[in-house]
Design a protein around this ligand. Structure first.
Ligand SMILES: O=c1ccn([C@H]2C[C@H](O)[C@@H](CO)O2)c(=O)[nH]1
Ligand SMILES: [Zn+2]
Length: 132
């Protein structure tokens, strides 16, 4: 799949955001190895800290379906520059993706920052740290 298509999928995912508190909608589109695209949106809660970001929603949907191998991620929000995933999402992304996997951070104006999982979270805590 071309990356502009994946970025467009993230905009479609964004339309489902449940954001009565922040009114800040975010969408994510996670491309799996077999070509399936998992949509994620942010899902807020009156107990604010229970909010789930768009990125983690997309990952948890895929993982819960038994899908663990990913090729790319696109994220979009109505930000001035390319959206910047929060720390919690960076850690979840690092858990399930190779450091070299491309991540496309975008906004509604069409700005695109192409980065990688490793660039998003240098020094991520990982399973190696657990000495398993
Ligand atoms: O990368 C991001 C940044 C923020 N949010 C959500 C969390 C909250 O619902 C709203 C404002 O922080 O945006 C995401 O889903 N992803
Ligand atoms: Zn997040």
């Amino acid at each position: 799949m071309e990356m502009d298509k994946l970025m467009n999928e993230s905009k479609i995912a964004r339309e489902k955001a449940y954001v009565p508190y922040s009114k800040f909608s975010v969408g994510a589109a996670l491309l799996s190895e077999d070509g399936t695209v998992y949509h994620g949106c942010n899902i807020e809660n009156s107990a604010y800290s229970m909010t789930n970001c768009a990125e983690r929603t997309a990952f948890f949907k895929a993982i819960s379906e038994g899908v663990y191998t990913f090729k790319a991620l696109a994220v979009v929000g109505d930000t001035n520059g390319p959206i910047s995933p929060c720390g919690a999402c960076r850690q979840v992304i690092a858990e399930f993706c190779d450091g070299s996997m491309p991540v496309y951070l975008t906004n509604l104006k069409g700005d695109v920052l192409e980065t990688t999982v490793a660039e998003l979270l240098p020094g991520a805590f990982s399973k190696e740290d657990l000495k398993l």
